[in-house]
Design a protein. Structure first.
Length: 388
């Protein structure tokens, strides 16, 4: 979601008149698009209507965003762009459009904007053209255009109450997802410990017991062999425990930070992956871990499914948002809802108000963007980071 920045100064009558002329011209396009919407809705049963709608909705949103920017400048306050992300794929995108409440608000706004243009905007233009009415135009234009901008804001932006309701709903969903994810992680850890380290420790105990029995029967050679087996089992158990710990919080992440850890992931790939990481500090450890495992999952998918010859990763922190972009030049067609891996990444990020978006047209490239709002601390130097 992007936000139109607040302007320090409201536009004067001349610029507002230009807005009126532009909106008057766009009203014809809005009327045409409204007719296209109606035709597409009627023909939806024949499938061709769905194609018409998928083409008409982005055009409507483009015009609506122009009105949002004009309304923001006219009113001197931001008018957010509230559209939900529309992923790639015809049916996936169509579904995203259908479940986005702002899509339907745009539809209702279109005839209202057409009527407002031929009342308010036309009056402003007529007053500007008249010599006698010039004095009225100078003082009335700001009031008329603010009224028009208020109408646009009412339809094209959520109210504070609606935003709070959406926020509560989102927090409820992400909290439930976080609880489910934590429970699944606990079950995974329990399974890994039971099948790995615990089984080896049981074998270790049995080997030591047999070695003790061998000493009692005065068979030192067998006892030595059993002790050697116990040492090997101990080494394997330690390896299992380290593997479990890496699944919780990899040591490379704690030692080298997100940039270094991602570079280490890239070096382990069979496909050449370039990393461009420019982070002036480090996020909190939970956020760092969530982004790290998200990037790791994306790289695993590149290796298993993409057929790519090259991949790339960029890490940035801009405007209070940590952004990781993972791309490849593979065959494309990635569907984040097709498997559990990317859904798990979405749940991890959602716990921190983060998002994951996928652009993967057929034929590629595939670009996955992970974003998490967060602050960065000062870079930390650890003993394993190298000499100062």
């Amino acid at each position: 979601m992007s936000v139109t920045s607040e302007t320090p100064r409201r536009p004067g009558p001349f610029l507002l008149t230009w807005y009126a002329v532009a909106q008057l011209g766009m009203s014809i396009a809005l009327l045409a698009l409204f007719i296209v919407w109606v035709v597409g809705g009627v023909l939806a049963v024949l499938w061709v209507g769905l194609v018409i709608l998928v083409a008409a909705i982005p055009a409507t949103r483009a015009i609506a965003n122009v009105h949002r920017r004009m309304a923001a400048r006219t009113l001197g306050s931001p008018v957010p762009d509230p559209y939900r992300p529309a992923p790639g794929g015809f049916f996936t995108r169509l579904r995203a459009y259908a479940v986005d409440p702002m899509t339907w608000r745009d539809l209702v706004w279109m005839p209202v904007a057409f009527v407002a243009s031929f009342t308010i905007n036309l009056v402003v233009v007529i007053l500007a053209l008249g010599v006698v009415t010039w004095f009225i135009w100078w003082f009335a234009t700001p009031w008329l255009m603010r009224a028009r901008a208020s109408v646009d804001r009412w339809f094209l932006a959520y109210s504070r109450t609606e935003r709070l309701e959406q926020r509560v709903q989102l927090l409820t969903e992400t909290r439930a997802d976080a609880v489910d994810h934590s429970a699944a992680e606990l079950r995974r850890l329990e399974r890994d410990l039971h099948d790995g380290a615990q089984a080896r420790l049981v074998a270790l105990s049995m080997s030591l017991g047999m070695a003790e029995a061998a000493f009692d029967t005065e068979d030192p050679e067998q006892a030595r062999q059993l002790v050697r087996d116990a040492r090997a089992t101990t080494t394997a158990a330690i390896g299992d425990l380290r593997s479990v710990v890496r699944g919780i919080h990899p040591p490379v992440l704690a030692d080298r930070g997100l940039s270094g850890a991602v570079e280490a992931l890239a070096l382990d790939m069979a496909v050449p992956v370039t990393v461009d990481a420019r982070l002036p500090g480090r996020p909190l450890a939970p956020v760092e871990s969530a982004v790290y495992f998200g990037v790791a999952e994306c790289l695993a998918n590149i290796g298993k499914h993409s057929g790519a010859r090259n991949g790339w990763i960029t890490l940035r922190h801009e405007d209070g948002v940590l952004r990781a972009v993972v791309g490849d030049d593979g065959r494309g067609g990635a569907d984040p809802g097709a498997g559990t891996g990317m859904l798990g990444v979405m749940r991890r990020l959602a716990a921190f108000d983060g998002t994951l978006s996928v652009s993967s047209p057929a034929g590629g490239p595939t670009i996955i963007t992970l974003e998490v709002p967060c602050d960065l601390s000062s870079p930390k130097t650890t003993p394993s980071s190298g000499p100062a």
